[in-house]
Design a protein around this ligand. Sequence first.
Ligand SMILES: [Zn+2]
Length: 325
Amino acid sequence: MNDDAGAPSSDDEVLFGRLLNANDPTDNVIPIRPRPGESVEHDDILAVSRQLPEPGSALIQDLGVSGAQAAIYSMLHARRDDPPTMLEIRDHIVATFGEAQSQTDRRVRDLRKYFVIRSERGVDGEWHYHLVGWKQKPSVDTIPISLRVRAEVLASQRCAQCGRTPSEDGVKLAVDHKIPQAWGGGNEIENLQPLCEDCNSGKKDYYATYDSHSEEIKEAILHDEPHRRIGELLKAFEGKWVPSDLIGIVASAKQYQEDYQKRLRELRKLGWIIKSQRRYHEGTRVRTYYQATHCEPWGDGPIRAQISAAERAIKEKRLDGGAKP
Ligand SMILES: [Zn+2]
């Protein structure tokens, strides 16, 4: 929510600053070929468990990884269980590109700006290069939003919430995470939107009031079915009132829900008791809140099918009722 569109975000600064800065101190963390007895383990604590990108994926391209570097990454990725030596990496590069060997060391070192590549002494006495994981960023362990994605998100040049524009209203637009990163929201384009500074800071303040529930919200968002995401969110609030816009965000976490209120009402057919209330904010703005006073355990099979079955049962009951007045 802090991303600033006017200047590169801190993440982009880290990314592009590193690409340009040859004196990056992180280059010195592990020498490319450590001397015998030299510690090569201390970078491990910087490895994060996030899944490594597939070779050739958009994520790799977004890092600005060049052709030869991408080829090295592919090789290291394929041989994580059998890490190659520098000689093998060089041979691979020469075979692929016919390129001068002197560049290979530097290319591996450049990859270490993003990934933990451990130097391990093999039984053959040679150094092997083991791709371990992403390198943790100094501040946040999130993937930076690439300039390409950033440009796409901001292409409308209009705040997604209030509709103001930089050209007509002089607002500054920022890239906002619809589901905050603290709640498990990612950098996929569906989770990003342009917001003006006012809307962005308003949203930030508003969401901060739910910080104590962030773990439960994170859990609720993980479920595949929208009904379950909504139900788990209401459960997490333990009978407290939950604002509708928060429900809307959680409901749409995996796929956009045009009518999340309908999904919410459908839970009632499964026996949930959900109350609603309208509250006025600052005199004019109306916000609806929902509260689950009774929850039902999730049955077997898809929730959508359970709701259809419940609807059929209600219909049949009505027909029966009509037949026997
Ligand atoms: Zn706005």
